[in-house]
Design a protein around this ligand. Sequence first.
Ligand code: ARG
Length: 266
Amino acid sequence: MLKKNLFKLLMPFAAASLILAACGAEENGASGSSDSTSTEGETTKLVVGTDAAYAPFESFDNSGNIVGIDIDIVKAIGEEIGVEFEINNVGWEPLFQQITNGEIDLGISAITITDERKETYDFTEPYYEATQLIVTKEDSDITKLDDLKDKKIGVQINTTGHYAAQDLQGKTSTNILPYETTPIAIQEVINGTVDAAIGDNAVILEYIKNNPDSKLKAIEDDSFEKEYYGLMVKKGNTEVLEQLNEGLQKIKENGKLAEITGQELD
Ligand code: ARG
């Protein structure tokens, strides 16, 4: 409590200390360090990992900046709690590894909160509702998930799309082809290496929108469950988790989150 009040008192100076923190980091050439705490004991800089091949949540713009819904969310949270976030494109699988070994403080990467992941990581409150979609060629006769039983399915490795494919065909099915990124999995549909891919709805729809000549269609299926994205930290990292939840709660209340995602969460 005392710590929080002190923090509020110091809020007007937070912006100044952010600049200092940024300069310090540059001088040391420090990137990937996750021990930036101010003298008040409040963390002022947090290192974030993401897989920036995931528009509209995280991707590179033409100037090489990582942009997207997730980036806007961490920025908005940072403004609320006076924390600077350093965003690193680490890739999907390394993201989990690097949180575990402490190289990064948190992940934001359209990460679905699952019971299995909760055994090793802690998640904030949800910030986005999603589900899976099938993507296949426009002229394909696939119309539902069940049609993929004996078909080749492309997925991004260890995503909920991958798990959905395993639920359908069994864990060891050789008809499931796991790729490093979702855009590669979709590209392999276009190439004809796989018959379809399964991935997060907003990402598939964004891909189709951005690649109008790709001749792809998206298919919904009721058997895909609702999923919720959360920010992810190492299990037991309550200090960071509480800060993130505090900021997230604020941007839920002031409407900023809904403005960024275009979605009302209850
Ligand atoms: N929501 C899915 C999951 O958590 C896929 C997320 C992939 N995110 C990314 N940036 N590649 O498994």
